[in-house]
Structure formats: structure tokens, C-alpha cells
Design a protein around this ligand. Sequence first.
Ligand SMILES: Nc1ncnc2c1ncn2[C@@H]1O[C@H](COP(=O)(O)OP(=O)(O)O)[C@@H](O)[C@H]1O
Ligand SMILES: [Mg+2]
Length: 572
Amino acid sequence: MIKEIWNTLTPGGKRSLSISVIAFTLYALSGIAMMYIVLKALESVVTGNGNLLLYWICLVVCLLIKGCSNILADVRKHYAGFDIVYQVRKNIIYRLKEFSLGFYTNERLGEISTIIHKDVDKMEMVVGHMWTRMLADFIVSIILFTVLVIYSPKMALLMASSLPLAILFLVLGLKRARYLENEAGNDLADMVSVFVEYIKGIPLLKAYSESHQFERRVERSASVFGQSCKAVSRNRAAVLSFYGFILDVSFWIMVTVGLVMMMKGELSAYSFLLFAIISREFYKPFLNLESHWANYLTVTDSYRRIKKITEAETVPNPKRALQAKEYSISFDDVSFSYEEGGFSIEDISFHTPERTLTALVGGSGSGKTTVTNLLLRFWDVNSGSIKIGNVDIRDMSYDDLLSSVSIVMQNVQLFADTIGGNIRLGKANATKEEVITAAKRARIHDFVMSLPDGYQTMIGENGVGLSGCQKQRLSIARAFLKDAPILLLDEITSNVDPVNEALIQQAISDLAKDRTVLVIAHHLSTIRSADQILVFQEGRIVQSGKHESLIMDKKGYYYNLWNFSDQRADNL
Ligand SMILES: Nc1ncnc2c1ncn2[C@@H]1O[C@H](COP(=O)(O)OP(=O)(O)O)[C@@H](O)[C@H]1O
Ligand SMILES: [Mg+2]
């Protein structure tokens, strides 16, 4: 996992991380060197030989190194932190667009937003800020140990004597801590579910107020959770205190033996002091071992969640992409369901010749939008096939497929950008003239020009608000600009007043010209002249044909729909 995290960094990020670690090491070493110099100076004062000025100069040099390395380490750790955050977010951003819409359940959306702000930030915090210091501390420990072993092997080994035992104890203690934390987690889940049940049942409990059985159950679950939390804290406190104590025992043994050696004349007072002071630096990373471990777990946890996005399956692209030569649409025996046992469409078959208009009608929830979702590969079919110009859409490159289709939907999504920017979504590199032409054809140009900033007007939270019809016409302008051969229109005039409806109708008739169009319409009057009408009921096509022939069948579903729709239109 650490290797994967390391590989996420760019070369610049890796460099920053390494520089930061080296600089932190230098920072710590120069601090220790200063203590060493002070001891040396003390010795020279006591013994009366040695050059105090030289020590003073060395002290100043160390001070400078310490200051500079601190700045360098601090700046570089931020660079490394930002690098990892940026890389991870970038990977996620590009990935998100490649998933089928089936990926985006509500649960997933919550998860994704947590990952993007919490987990990624944690990576920055731990990898950039904590790991750099931790690595430096361990490097310092190793260097100190090596130097001290050379200086006095006996004292150095005594200094580290209880370290293996302490670490073994900590590992065992942490294992138990994990077990207890799991238990506490289970108790928390139990408590929450009992609470939820309690809150839902409050009206009933009020009605039967003499029974306090449930309250006692809730109380009991709260108390059980409290107990397990206490056990976790107790274990943690005991493990950490005892671990620290074992490390202190090392220090105590070293000091005791050192005193004896000093009395026997085997060790100078100055060397004794050196060990007594510098050993604290040696112990430092080990004293923080538990929090280092906790950080490691946090990061690997976050990284695992991030990988759930970056390594999730995307819409499969064909090895050798085929291109459609014309733009008819065929559905052959298509069956599909969003989830097992849920709504499904069964054996849908129809053919739409190029440059014709096919209308999809039927009650709400009968599967019309689902058909357009499948055509765009927002989801893939369970069986059967969908073809554009006789090429299975799964054999086309996904980009190619999406660029052949324009969509205008009931709910228009606008981004917090200028009006021009929002229209350009249809064609990123469109010229100003192209944007204006598209807006004119979408009957929105005059409105845009009436705004003080014209096409530069910002929309969204901090900009002007647009009415539903204006948004609708903006999205029609996008479609004009995109100029794709296939056009999907999904209930665009459902919530529009009659005046605007006429305006939108004109724009749409213009847009639909010379394209293969699938239109889903609520007001049946608008699709009377369609080349083909497909009547949907509960995920199946129950009738199809032209309006005149469908309306003849007085027992047919279309006839009912038509009458119902007309009555609705009269009531408007
Ligand atoms: N993402 C989804 N996941 C699960 N079920 C869905 C999803 N989208 C739509 N449905 C269900 O599929 C059925 C058909 O929906 P839809 O195709 O939108 O109908 P229509 O456009 O004809 O009103 C509905 O019952 C709806 O609840
Ligand atoms: Mg729909």
C-alpha cells in the first residue's frame, strides 16, 4: 500500500517528500549537535583546555542549519501534500465520467463526496505532514544509535535493551485494542438501531405510556456501549503507559550502569551526560509509535476507499471501435432492469430510419426515459442489442457514441459559468459567431442580449437566475451547437406555459430537421405528425404505428391516452 501511495506522487512530489524528510533529519540532527557542542564547551570550561570561540562558531552554524532546514522541510512537506491531493483528485475526476450511471446510486454519491473531501485531505495531512517527520525521526534514531554504538557499545546497547520487549508488548496490546474497538463498534451499531426503533415507535409508546420496557432497553444499550467505550480507553491507557514505562526501564538501566561505570572510572562524566541527554532523542520515534501506527491505519483506510473509485469498473470500450456510417436506430429484443427484481423493460424492438421522428408515449414510469438511457449507454442492456446505423453501440467508442447524440431534457443542468460558457458545452471550441447562431436558432439570443453583460452574464448561485423556459432554450442552443445527427427530447414541454411552449416548439422543429429524433412527449398533440409512435406500458411496447392508424383502435391503450391527454390539454 505504501508503495502504491508513493507511486501516486509525481516525480516532483516524490522529490519534495524526500527533500522534506532529509531536511527534517538535518533539523533534528543540528539540534542534537547543538546539545553535543554545549556539552563539549562545558567539558572544556571544566578541564580548562579547548577553544570556546570555536564552539561558539559551531553553535551558530548549527543554528543556521537548523533554521534553514526547518523552513525547507516545512515548505516541501506542503508541496508533497498538495501533490498527492491533486493527483488523487485528478484521477478521481477523470474516472467519474467513465462510469455507467448505474455506478451512481445515492449511497455512492455520499461516499464519493466523503472520499473527495475527507479521505483525500487525510492523505495530505498524514503523508505530507506526519510521515515526513516520522521518517526523519526514525532516520535520526538509527544515526544516533550507530554513532553511540561506536562511541560506547555497552551504553548504547543498554539504552536500547528493552526496546524489543516494549515493541512486542505494544503489538500485542494494539491487537487487543482492535478487538475491543470492534466490540465497541458493534455495540454502537446496536445502540443506534435500538434508538431509531425507539424514535419511530414514540407515538405508539406514548399511547401505551404505562409500559417502560422499551425505555429500559434503550437505556441498557446505551450503558453497554458506555461500558465497551470505557474498556477501550482503559486498555489503551494501560498499554501506552506500560509501553512508555518499559522504554523508561531501558533508560534507568543505562543510567544505573553508567553511574557504576563512572565510579569505576570506565566512563567520563561528560560521556555519561551525553548518553543521558541524547538517549531522549533516540527514544522519540518509539514513544510516538502508537500514533504512527494509528496514522498508518488512517491513511491505508482512506487510500482503500479512494481505490474503490479509481479501480471501479468503467463502461467497457471495444478493442477495435467501429463507426456508424448512417444514423438509423434499432432496438433488437432489448431487455434490461436497473436492479434485480425491480422495474424492467422486456423484449423492446423497434427500428427508426435515419432522419425520421419517432415518438415514445405512455404513462409515467412506463420506461420511456430508460430507453434513451440505454441508447446513451448510461446503462448497458441485459440482453438484446441496440444499433446505430447497424453498428452495435457497444462496438463504438464511447466518445464517438456520445458525440453522435444530443439530448434536451426536462430538467436542464446549468453550470456556474457564463451563458456563453454554458452553450459552449455543446462544442468546446466553438467560435463566438457559432454560439450566437445557435442561440438565435434556439430563440434565446434576444433574451441574452437584453442582459447587461450579454453572453458574459454569469449564471448560477452568484449570477442571474433563469426561468425553466430560458434554461430549456439554452439547452436547445447547446444541441444546435453540438449538431449531432441523433436528437433525444425528453418531456421538454411538460412544465412550460403555452406562450413559451410555442417558442420552444418552433426552435425544436428547426432543431429536429434532418436528424434522427426520439421524442418523449406528454402532450400528445405535439407528436401527432410523428413518422412512428411507440406506445409504452409497464416496460413493454404495446402498440406502434402512425397516429391515424393507432387512434382507429378504440380499445387500444393509445386511444385512451389520447383522450386523457386531450382532456388535460383542454383543462390547461
Ligand atoms: N436509476 C434507477 N434505478 C432504479 N430504478 C429506476 C432508475 N431510473 C428509473 N427507474 C425506475 O424505472 C421505471 C421507469 O422509469 P422511466 O424510464 O424514467 O419512466 P418514464 O420515463 O416512462 O416515466 C420507474 O419505475 C423508475 O422508478
Ligand atoms: Mg421519463
